[in-house]
Design a protein. Structure first.
Length: 286
């Protein structure tokens, strides 16, 4: 019995995203085709690979989890073998800078996928505040840097526009006292927008919690330590968006990138296009 590579690839994307629609977008197939591929694998294995509830994937079965581990190894070898045979294979070392909130997206999955199809490309990834990323990109410290910029700014090539929103935990209760804020460190575009909007309205505020970790900020907000500001696409339950009439409206920001001047420019261009496409698809899905 031989597993179909295309079926394994579709299954692995479903396993990573818990979504048939995202898998369909990723491989350029219809959702019905993805369903047929998963059904074929389940027939071969003889057991269900996914648990579903009301038509949605909730988790992998034990057999699904085991197959996913093998599928990653199979696809890695398959993609490495294919890439090594290409005369135009991408090579080189890329110094990549990304905003701190990239780790609230599927960034690491995207990067692993690019690496899987381009095994001769190596990365050095740094997450930092947008202000620092822009300045250091201008100095040539990154081969490719993504950052936030105000709408219409020419600091980099805009990929998507994102509406910023006020966010709180499930049990947060507003009071007339100073607003506690949960924010990234200074230099973050979200932070500067939050503070300037409150100052313009004359609202009192204080810093309740600061961290460069997206997960730490998310947890602190969920636990009720204060309000934070995020792009709308990053707000997932149990976080909730605060009603617009309770706080000043926040601006729309652009997520942009800028490339450095290096000898591996084709590799950088391919990576920039790949990540820009993933960000655009994520925005359309949400």
């Amino acid at each position: 019995m031989n597993f179909d590579i295309d079926c394994l690839r579709s299954f692995l994307i479903v396993a990573d995203t818990m979504s048939f629609s995202r898998a369909a977008d990723a491989v350029g197939r219809s959702q019905s085709t993805i369903s047929q591929q998963i059904a074929k694998l389940e027939t071969q294995v003889g057991k269900p690979l996914l648990l579903r509830r009301k038509g949605r994937v909730t988790e992998l079965t034990l057999e699904g989890d085991r197959l996913a581990q093998y599928a990653r190894r199979i696809l890695l070898l398959n993609d490495e073998a294919y890439a090594s045979m290409r005369e135009d294979a991408l090579t080189g070392f890329v110094r990549l800078g990304v905003p701190l909130d990239f780790f609230g997206r599927d960034f690491t999955t995207w990067l692993a996928r690019f690496k899987g199809t381009n095994p001769m490309v190596a990365f050095e990834v740094e997450a930092n505040q947008s202000e620092s990323l822009m300045k250091r990109s201008d100095k040539g410290e990154f081969d490719l840097a993504f950052f936030k910029q105000h709408t219409g700014s020419k600091s980099g090539t805009a990929v998507i526009s994102e509406q910023l929103v006020w966010v709180c935990g499930p049990n947060y209760a507003f009071e007339n006292a100073s607003l506690p804020l949960v924010l990234f460190p200074e230099g973050c575009a979200y932070r500067s927008c939050a503070i300037s909007s409150l100052q313009e309205q004359g609202r009192r505020w204080h810093l309740s919690f600061a961290s460069p970790s997206f997960e730490c900020l998310r947890t602190a907000t969920i636990e009720g330590l204060g309000l934070t500001v995020l792009a709308r696409a990053l707000v997932q339950p149990p976080l909730r968006i605060v009603r617009q009439d309770l706080l000043p409206r926040l601006p729309v920001m652009e997520l942009a990138y800028k490339s450095g001047k290096r000898t591996n420019s084709r590799t950088v261009d391919e990576l920039a296009a790949f990540l820009a496409d993933k960000l655009s698809r994520m925005e359309m899905v949400r």
